[in-house]
Design a protein around this ligand. Structure first.
Ligand code: NAD
Ligand code: 0WE
Length: 256
């Protein structure tokens, strides 16, 4: 499905990362995949995972850093002959203290931190990918979102505001980049047990709520998200852009 395709994947932290489930799908389909990681702490883990899919490029990227974004896309251009077909954006962060207590109490600096890392980073990386995707004759970009950007989910707080910004950015990017045959879509996943999720108090309760109330009565795994991403990133979704695909066992469809 991805034979000869060139992909860049942002947001692998370990083997449980949603980004890694997506990368495996791309690798199984025959894509070449470059990876970025954030921070020395996870460098070895990401390098080992990348090596298992014969990645040509593993490089550090903190998405807050414009100069680093420019450097990384230069490295990607070099690795892939100036072309890129696929960008996977699977990055989010809010200060741990802002994912508990009241949204009302979010201070200014940490509000902007969450939006910078979790929403603006899609705009900055899509812009950097644009010339490489243009050179490839088009491309597909997928980002990860959550229902907490549309509805108030207790404790999701400033991350919800960041996801609302991300969701809207998907639509404006889809409009701008559609001109160059670049598609931009989001996947809204139900709670998945990853590094970013496991540290959240009450996460098992969230899985139970999905199992009880969602039409399919089962919680979501990273593999489920990987399979949906494979569709959006493939030619099967050639006329799909600016949309959100829910991989949440149908939870979002319920009112009670
Ligand atoms: P994860 O911890 O495996 O991935 C989050 C990634 O964000 C990590 O790789 C981390 O290094 C990266 N990151 C954080 N700050 C960064 C920075 N400044 N620069 C570059 N990278 C940075 O967890 P995950 O659950 O796989 O999260 C991936 C995406 O999926 C996020 O956007 C998250 O909001 C979204 N999502 C997760 C769930 C869930 O329940 N796990 C549900 C819906 C959406
Ligand atoms: O997007 C997310 C979580 C993203 C996330 C996780 C962390 C944990 C560690 C962002 N920043 C941080 N910062 C840290 O210090 N999800 C969709 C998973 C999630 O997180 C929640 C949820 C769900 C679901 C937080 C509260 C309530 C529900």
């Amino acid at each position: 499905m991805f034979d000869g395709k060139r992909a860049l994947v942002l947001g692998v932290a370990n083997k449980r990362s949603i980004a890694w489930a997506i990368a495996r799908q791309l690798a199984d389909g025959g894509a070449r995949i470059a990876f970025t990681f954030q921070g020395e702490r996870i460098e070895k883990t990401v390098r080992d995972l990348a090596e298992s899919v014969s990645s040509p490029l593993v490089t550090e990227l903190d998405v807050r850093d414009d100069a680093a974004i420019e450097r990384v896309f230069g490295e990607v251009a070099e690795a892939f002959d100036g072309k890129l077909d696929i960008l996977v954006h699977s990055v989010a962060f809010a200060a741990a203290e802002d994912l508990e207590g009241r949204f009302t109490d979010t201070p200014r600096d940490r509000f902007w931190l969450a939006l910078d890392i979790s929403a603006y980073s899609l705009v900055a990386t899509a812009r950097a990918a644009e010339p490489l995707m243009d050179a490839a004759g088009g491309g597909s970009i997928v980002t990860m979102t959550y229902l907490g950007g549309e509805r108030a989910v207790p404790h999701y707080n400033v991350m919800g505001v960041a996801k609302a910004t991300l969701d809207s950015s998907v639509k404006y990017l889809a409009w701008d980049l559609g001109q160059k045959n670049i598609r931009v879509n989001a996947i809204s996943a139900g709670p998945v047990r990853t590094l970013a999720a496991r540290s959240i108090a009450g996460f098992p309760t969230m899985e139970s709520i999905v199992e009880e109330r969602a039409p399919l009565h089962r919680h979501v795994g990273a593999d489920d998200v990987g399979a949906a991403a494979a569709y959006l990133l493939s030619d099967a979704a050639r006329n799909v852009t600016g949309t959100t695909l829910y991989v949440d066992s149908g939870f979002h469809a319920m009112g009670m």
